[in-house]
Design a protein around this ligand. Structure first.
Ligand code: GDP
Length: 297
């Protein structure tokens, strides 16, 4: 998911570590290249600028240029700074789902991967945590979306709330809650409707659902391939709805990873999961340490 960036940084650091002694100018030149690499990866300008500044401050101290392996020291500083910019939750995959039945609200734009991700998370909760999960589609404008969730439910062996024609999203959310309580479910997931763009109607509908369901987690699902747009979408949803985390999808197709690198710094919200394919198992937790290691190879 960070192939391009990883390759670019790899080149910069190879040169740096091969050099024996390093002057402050060498470090500056390398960091200029790091900055370009970050911008090419679609990392937002302020984030890239702050990143390089932080590394520069730590790397131009006497200790680094005077040390025996200055190149490696710089790489270590970059690694730590990557971890810092990616800062996530200590345990991103641990959802707040005590006190059953716990509602999880899934929000996002249409086509971002919301329904697929709802099912992926349900499967994970069922298989890893032994939870009894109920999924409900609130996408009343798109019968095909409701059916899609039902089909995925059958495929992964997770129950879905029966579809009742003509019901509005708030009524469906209430029915999901009742069914989850009566049926002894640990978690119920509300897959809200998406729109092609953020609009008042979408936000008002999601707000109304949020207010009746009081979700324990509100996860925004966004297409990682959209880079900076994904970050803006997250800002908008957070302002209006309040989100507890982000799931970045299609990271199997994003060799740049810019959205992942800017998300926390810009929105203050952690990435909890990344989607790495269409299959139901193609979901990973987002752990900064591991990701930083992956970027630096
Ligand atoms: P929704 O409109 O937001 O509910 O989007 P869907 O869940 O219907 O997903 C739209 C398309 O994206 C489907 O064809 C999914 O299989 C695909 N998709 C979802 N997540 C991923 C992912 O992480 N990687 C890839 N490659 N495809 C994905």
């Amino acid at each position: 998911m960070f192939e391009n960036l990883s390759e670019r940084l790899g080149g910069v650091f190879d040169r740096l570590t091969k050099q024996g002694a390093l002057s402050e100018d060498d470090v500056k030149t390398a960091l200029r290249e790091v900055r370009v690499a970050l911008l090419e990866a679609d990392v937002s300008l302020p984030v890239a600028r702050d990143f390089v500044k932080a590394v520069q401050e730590k790397a131009t101290g006497q200790a680094v240029t005077k040390s025996v392996t200055p190149g490696q020291q710089v790489v270590k500083i970059v690694h730590d700074e990557l971890k810092h910019v990616l800062t996530g939750d200590e345990d991103p995959g641990k959802l707040k789902i005590d006190n059953p039945p716990a509602p999880i609200l899934m929000v996002g734009l249409q086509g971002g991967g919301k329904t697929t991700t709802t099912a992926k998370i349900a499967k994970r909760l069922k298989e890893r945590d032994g939870k009894k999960v109920l999924m409900a589609s609130l996408d009343v404008n798109r019968p095909a979306a409701m059916e899609q969730l039902q089909i995925l439910g059958v495929q992964i062996g997770v129950d879905t709330l029966p579809i009742v024609k003509g019901e509005d999203p708030v009524a469906i959310a209430k029915r999901a809650k009742t069914q989850a309580s009566l049926g002894g479910y640990d978690v119920y997931m509300l897959d809200t409707a998406g729109r092609l763009s953020i609009d008042e109607e979408l936000m008002a509908q999601v707000e109304a659902v949020r207010d009746v369901s009081n979700p324990r987690e509100t996860l925004l699902v966004v297409d990682g391939l959209t880079g900076q747009d994904a970050v803006h979408t997250a800002e908008n949803f957070d302002e209006r709805i309040g989100i507890s985390g982000v799931v970045l999808t299609r990271m199997d197709g994003d060799g740049r990873g810019g959205a992942a690198l800017s998300m926390r710094a810009v929105t203050g919200k952690p990435i909890r999961f990344v989607g790495l394919g269409e299959k139901m198992d193609a979901l990973e937790t987002f752990e900064p340490d591991r990701i930083a290691g992956r970027i630096l190879g």
